[in-house]
Design a protein around this ligand. Structure first.
Ligand code: GDP
Length: 312
């Protein structure tokens, strides 16, 4: 049964890739379309870096660095170090192999190809069999508004370690952004749409704000399931907590449910959050307790199975 299903997964760059490993083992990569956040895309040393696409692509290619969920396993950093010696500063530390991927992406973009075509080509080269798509070929940029001023996502998170109080988050270019080719078809054709356990403000948030994508999920709400990235009162990793708090959401699966209420019919919450199930039901969402932490492959497969069994 599971083997026959077509799945669409909305992804950022840390939590959802873990789940994707499990889903790929259970359903097979060929059955999976991944729609990836591009609002954190950034120019580094003249290269177009797409951190979430890269993490998804490297995960499915079996080469991701699982220590950081960023970059390629056992990569070296000679280029980054040499750049530092000659005065080149980089906001993100790019490994040598990782840099080669961004270099190739930049070359292909300069030849006039779209980000979705370039992503397809890179995936083919890396033997990724799932369909990995940017949410849009149009440029969207996350702006985190804080008491210290307006910051890009990486300035806020990497350079300033999320120390500034957040007052708002906006996505430059989102109003005009069209879904990348194939995205809406993948959502329509899939038996289940999974919003992975990613940051609901800056990872899945921008994907859902691409108007036609949000509309497609609302329309097919009955087959949309989300996995909470918040366990208890904190994210498993990353700045989701400070971002949700800054926007006035409770940092809990209930806060996640409020963000997703127009788009999902089911939310997996951690077993420890069982007592919040009824509150979430009042928002029109069926909350299902599950073991949400995914430290290893067996827990990733177990959660993936739970997701699929709950949504079908
Ligand atoms: P980013 O682009 O690196 O911020 O990537 P994501 O948004 O995809 O990933 C960050 C989110 O993943 C955080 O909100 C984490 O709480 C969540 N996350 C990381 N590991 C796990 C896990 O094992 N289980 C769950 N449920 N969430 C996780």
């Amino acid at each position: 049964m599971i083997k026959e299903m077509m799945l669409a997964v909305l992804s950022g760059g840390t939590g959802t890739p873990k789940l994707l490993q499990g889903l790929a083992r259970l359903a097979g990569q060929e059955k999976i379309s991944v729609i990836v956040n591009t609002a954190e895309d950034v120019e580094i040393s003249g290269l177009y870096v797409s951190p979430d696409i890269d993490t998804v692509m490297y995960t499915l290619a079996g080469i991701v660095n699982e220590g950081t969920w960023y970059g390629i396993r056992e990569d070296t950093f000679f280029g980054h170090e040499m750049l530092g010696r000659i005065g080149g500063r980089e906001l993100l530390r790019l490994g040598d192999r990782d840099r080669a991927v961004s270099l190739r992406r930049t070359q292909l973009l300069r030849e006039g190809k779209t980000l979705s075509k370039v992503t397809l080509e890179l995936c083919e080269r890396l033997n990724v069999r799932a369909r990995v798509m940017p949410m849009s070929d149009d440029r969207v940029r996350t702006v985190v508004h804080t008491e210290a001023g307006a910051l890009s996502f990486h300035e806020f998170w990497v350079a300033r370690r999320a120390r500034d109080r957040v007052t708002a988050v906006t996505f430059q270019g989102i109003e005009k952004a069209k879904p990348a080719p194939g995205v809406i078809e993948a959502l329509e054709e899939s038996e289940a749409i999974i919003i992975g356990p990613s940051n609901p403000v800056t990872s899945t948030g921008p994907i859902l704000r691409v108007r036609e994508i949000g509309a497609a999920l609302s329309k097919h709400k009955e087959k949309v399931i989300a996995v909470s990235p918040i366990v208890g009162n904190a994210p498993v990793s990353g700045p989701a907590g400070v971002l949700m708090g800054g926007l006035g959401y409770e940092v809990s699966p209930v806060g996640v449910a409020k963000i997703y209420r127009d788009f999902v019919s089911v939310l997996l919450v951690d077993e420890g959050d069982r007592e919040r199930v009824e509150e979430i039901a009042k928002l029109g969402i069926r909350a299902v307790p599950a073991s949400l932490l995914m430290p290893d492959l067996s827990s990733r497969m177990k959660l993936a199975r739970m997701v699929l069994e709950t949504v079908i």
